[in-house]
Each structure stands twice: as structure tokens, then as C-alpha cells.
Write a protein that binds this ligand. Structure first.
Ligand code: FAD
Length: 406
């Protein structure tokens, strides 16, 4: 079937943009380009969203998390419009149609850990930003907080939490005919040219298709580094990336649903927990400080550290029978002095190549906007078929994880 499709297409395809990588940055850019009348092809090496997007916690931040240190910084300004932009897309009236995607929760919560310092920090956070979090009265709290002591404050944030796989599917289903799955470097070959990239050769099911683009847009996360190293030292010297590793923890069992950050006297949440699955077999996907500080720990030690942290942050939640696992994943971003988190998306143009790291899932719309600024004013090529069978969406870490420890 695939062979028949590939044999029936042109061996030479010309498009306005060739996009590498089908995580949120590549897919959002693809959708925006095509909506504006540009032709494009997206080349995905594995499954869509593999790497960071499928591992993300799906929180569409509006900046509150960054204000936890008591000051709203550059990051808050870059991100505060994102919840409204994404909500419009989820309702089918935004720049990308996400009406087929699902929000897991309309809000995200902050809860303070028992103790004076953390209460103070909770208030500091609420003063530092434009959209202040609402203090949630005891009767209105989600079920997970019903047995919490009175000293625990809970704030609601206007930040939806998304089922990321459904976001990826919503875009991929609408544009599958121009998404090609081809392993790199075996089946994707770049020809260098004076302006950067001359053309790309992609092998699909044994047939080679030559693709020429007006622009080559690299949205491959960690894969951008591989492309940079192949494009030569001049480009690699100008565009650099950084990795910030995480050692995430998964807890699985009869757990209540939870979407929120535990806050204390630190600029990073002590833990950020999002939930997947049904009652009775729910997975908590646990990031925040425990994942950042646990990078050097072996999995068993990381599980032990996470258990201790949960017992401090949510002492009223019963963890008997809950099983644990860990997952290593790197955040990949445009390089910053001192390895700091960038304030917004990083988009760099070199010749006809554009490299993008959105920094956050939430910031994908801004990243795509910046990429569009580097496109020619008008489309030069009608959309050509590439005989693609599309690419599947990646499974989330908890679906791939086989070993769980008591
Ligand atoms: C644990 C974790 C939790 C996070 N939580 C949040 C959150 O709650 N909210 C938020 O806003 N942000 C969050 N982030 C950040 C967010 O996930 C990332 O900023 C975003 O997903 C990056 O998207 P991307 O498309 O640039 O890269 P990726 O998601 O890494 O996608 C890259 C794509 O390129 C493909 N690829 C790789 N190499 C090649 C190649 N050579 N050729 C072609 N394709 C290739 C990959 O298979 C993949 O599909 C989180 C990140 C992590 C790691």
C-alpha cells in the first residue's frame, strides 16, 4: 500500500518550507504555514512528539510558576497570553484547530506545604503577576485536597492542562498527507549549498524523493544538534543548543487526580504533578525540584527521594500499593549564558535555514510566529504530494514503561 503511494508521486518536490521534527514546534509551524497558504513538508525521524513533547506535563503556563520567587520576570511577560491563545484553539476558533484535542483539567493548582515560609511565598507569587491565582475555599477544592490540614492553602491558576497526545493527533490528522516518517541519518540526506541547505533526499519505503525548499526549518529538539553538526562548523558555531536534564518519577495506583505545583521557599516548585489514566489505575507524572535535583541519583534512590517528598508534600494521601518508576529526559533549548532557562522561544536564521527551540510547549504559538517572520512574503510553490503515509504519535512514558517497583 505504502509502496504504491510512493511510486505514484513525483521524485522531485518543491515546497516553501521543509520542516524537520514533528514535536509541538514542528507541527504547530506546519499548521500555521499551510493555513497561510504556504506549501510544506514535515520530516519526522521517529514518532511525533518523541522526546520532550510527549513527556511534557501539558501545562499551558501563564507565568505564575515563574513568579514563585516573588518577582515577575521576563519569562512571565513572554508567556502570559498563552492560556487564552490555546483555549481559543481548543474551542476551534484559534490560529490552529485543536477542537479534536482534550484538556485534562481547565485549571492547575498551587498548594502550599505546611509552614510559615511556604505560605508567604504563595502570597508573594499572587502579588507578582497580572493574573493573580484565586485562593480556593475548602469546599471548592478538588477531591485530592479534601483531607488536607487547614494550614495548607490551595490556589487555582487559569492554566489548562492538556492531553498532549491528543494535541499532536489533532494537528497530525489534519496534515498527515505532508508528514513523512524517515529515519535520520539512514533515510534523510542533506545537501549543503551556498545559502545553507541546497536540498534534501528522503527515502521512504525504498524510494528516494528529492525535496527542495525555500526555507529549511529545524524543529527536531535534540535532533537539531545532529543537523547542525552535519551542516558544518560555520552554522554550528552560530547556533547552539543546551540540554537541561530531568529525572522524572511516575507513581501508579489508586491515586486521586491532581494537576498542580507544591510550592515552598524556592523559585522552583518542590514538585509538579499531573495525572493520566482512570480512577483505580492513575499515573502521577512528577516533575519540579525532585526531578531536577534527582538527575545524579540511580532510579531506586530517585524513587526513594520521591516517596519521601510526597510524604512531606501530600501527607494525607495514601500511597500504600502505589508502584513507582523513573524516566530520564532532557529539556533542549537554545543555549543561554550560564545554561539558564531562556525567557522565550529561541529562533535563529542562518542563510535559508531556521533553527527553533520553543523552550515550552505553551510557547509553541510564539515560536511559530517568529518562524513565519523569516518566511518569504509570498508562497512560491503549490502544495505537492509526497506520497506520505504520515507518522504515528508517540506513546507517553507511562505507556512505554514496563518495570514498576513497589
Ligand atoms: C519532563 C518535561 C515536562 C515539561 N512540561 C512542560 C509543561 O508542562 N508545559 C510546557 O509549556 N512545557 C513543558 N515542557 C517543555 C516542552 O515539552 C518543550 O519545550 C517542547 O515540547 C519542545 O518541543 P519541540 O517540538 O521543540 O521538541 P520535541 O518535543 O523534542 O520534538 C522533536 C521532534 O523531532 C523528532 N526528531 C528528532 N531528531 C530528528 C531528526 N534528526 N530528524 C527528524 N525528526 C527528528 C523527534 O522524534 C520529535 O518528534 C516540558 C519538558 C519536559 C522534558
Amino acid at each position: 500500500m505504502i509502496r504504491a503511494m510512493v511510486e505514484s508521486v513525483d521524485a522531485n518536490v518543491q515546497v516553501d518550507a521543509v520542516i524537520f521534527g514533528g514535536g509541538i514546534a514542528g507541527l504547530w509551524t506546519l499548521a500555521r504555514l499551510r493555513q497561510l497558504g504556504y506549501s510544506a513538508v514535515l520530516i519526522e525521524a521517529r514518532a511525533l512528539g518523541s522526546g520532550q513533547t510527549i513527556a511534557s506535563q501539558g501545562i499551558i503556563h501563564g507565568g505564575v510558576k515563574y513568579a514563585l520567587g516573588g518577582a515577575a520576570g521576563r519569562e512571565s511577560a513572554a508567556i502570559r497570553d498563552m492560556p487564552a491563545i490555546w483555549r481559543a484553539c481548543l474551542e476551534g476558533r484559534g490560529e490552529v484547530d485543536l477542537s479534536a484535542a482534550r484538556a485534562l483539567s481547565e485549571r492547575c493548582y498551587l498548594w502550599t506545604t505546611p509552614g510559615f515560609g511556604s505560605r508567604l511565598m504563595g502570597l508573594a507569587a499572587s502579588r507578582a503577576i497580572r493574573a493573580t491565582p484565586d485562593r480556593v475555599e475548602i469546599d471548592d477544592r478538588p477531591a485530592v485536597f479534601r483531607d488536607a490540614p487547614k494550614s495548607v492553602d490551595v490556589y487555582g491558576l487559569d492554566e489548562p492542562v492538556l492531553d498532549v497526545a491528543t494535541v499532536l493527533s489533532a494537528i497530525a490528522d489534519a496534515h498527515g498527507e505532508v508528514i513523512v516518517r524517515a529515519r535520520f541519518p539512514e533515510n534523510v540526506r542533506l545537501l549543503r549549498g551556498e545559502r545553507g541547505v541546497e536540498r534534501v533526499f528522503v527515502t521512504v519505503d525504498g524510494c528516494e524523493v528529492e525535496i527542495t525548499g525555500e526555507r529549511y526549518v529545524f524543529c527536531a529538539g535534540a535532533g537539531n544538534m545532529e543537523y547542525l553538526s552535519r551542516l558544518g562548523p560555520a552554522m554550528a558555531g552560530f547556533v547552539r543548543a543546551q540540554r537541561r536534564p530531568l529525572h522524572m518519577v511516575m507513581a501508579r495506583g489508586d491515586l486521586p487526580e491532581l494537576f498542580g505545583h507544591a510550592i515552598g521557599a524556592s523559585s522552583t516548585p518542590l514538585a509538579t504533578i499531573t495525572s493520566a489514566g482512570e480512577n483505580g489505575d492513575r499515573v502521577w507524572w512528577i516533575g519540579g525540584r525532585v526531578a531536577e535535583e534527582g538527575v545524579a541519583r540511580e532510579p531506586d534512590a530517585q524513587i526513594e527521594a520521591a516517596r519521601e517528598e510526597l510524604a512531606k508534600l501530600l501527607p494525607w494521601v495514601e500511597l500504600a500499593g502505589v508502584r513507582f518508576a523513573t524516566w530520564r529526559v532532557d529539556r533542549v533549548e537554545g543555549a543561554q549564558a550560564g545554561g539558564k532557562r531562556p525567557a522565550g522561544p529561541i529562533v535563529r536564521e542562518v542563510g535559508n535555514a531556521i533553527f527553533c527551540w520553543p523552550t515550552k510547549l505553551a510557547l509553541a504559538p510564539r515560536a511559530a510566529e517568529e518562524i513565519l517572520e523569516h518566511m518569504p512574503a509570498d508562497s512560491a510553490h503549490a502544495q505537492a504530494g509526497v506520497g506520505s503515509a504520515g507518522a504515528p504519535v508517540s506513546d507517553p512514558p507511562w505507556a512505554e514503561q514496563r518495570e514498576w517497583r513497589a
